[in-house]
Design a protein around this ligand. Structure first.
Ligand code: MG
Length: 201
């Protein structure tokens, strides 16, 4: 199983990072050891600026390569929410040096994911989601605002890399990313339904 994460897929988030808008999807990987399915997340010692990025996650249902956009919807049927935890201090150093980001993005348990999967077919097309930190809404997203749709992402990624059953795609974060510290509580919502609950320890 591989975890593919999309960067800068929401205009307002690209702006808050002072990053140019992509003309094609930007993607990177996290290893399977980054998955975190528990309610506790232990703040790693190697970063002093750990950021949450709440994202809609889709799961690939079958193997595919060179998938056309018009057929991409047949490759996934459910979505959930995940957090793309980012050691922003380390990422900034890597970016400055022109180096890969993996140690800032792919560390152990850097990809918390909800255990609740929602059928795409039964859900309105535009997914509205939010992240609440210590009781305050800090991120609000709508998938209609993605620069590249789920189908476009699948088509693009599969041009380079074979997608397999069980692969996860973290589809990018909306604006409002920020720091978490020990003691914080973050909760992810789809519409009004809480499906992710994480205590930072
Ligand atoms: Mg992200």
């Amino acid at each position: 199983m591989k975890i593919i994460c999309i960067g800068r897929n929401y205009v307002e988030h690209a702006k808050e990072m002072s990053s140019p808008l992509p003309s094609s999807p930007i993607f990177f990987f996290k290893p399977d050891t980054s998955i975190c399915k528990t309610k506790n997340f232990y703040h790693p010692k190697f970063t002093s600026n750990l950021h949450y990025e709440c994202e809609v996650v889709i799961r690939i249902d079958k193997v595919g390569k060179n998938i056309q956009t018009k057929f991409a919807h047949t490759y996934y049927s459910q979505f959930t929410l995940g957090i793309d935890f980012t050691a922003r201090d380390i990422q900034t150093e890597c970016k400055k040096a022109g180096l890969p980001w993996e140690k800032a993005k792919g560390f152990d348990f850097s990809a918390p994911i909800s255990n609740t999967w929602i059928d795409i077919e039964k859900h309105p097309k535009n997914i509205k989601f939010s992240l609440v930190k210590n009781g305050d809404i800090v991120q609000k997203g709508e998938t209609k605002n993605m620069i590249f749709s789920f189908d476009e992402l699948i088509s693009y990624i599969s041009t380079f890399i074979t997608l397999k059953k069980g692969d996860l795609i973290y589809t990018g974060t909306p604006a409002g990313v920020g720091r978490v510290q020990k003691g914080d509580q973050i909760e992810g919502f789809v519409d009004q339904q809480k499906i992710l609950d994480l205590k930072i320890k």
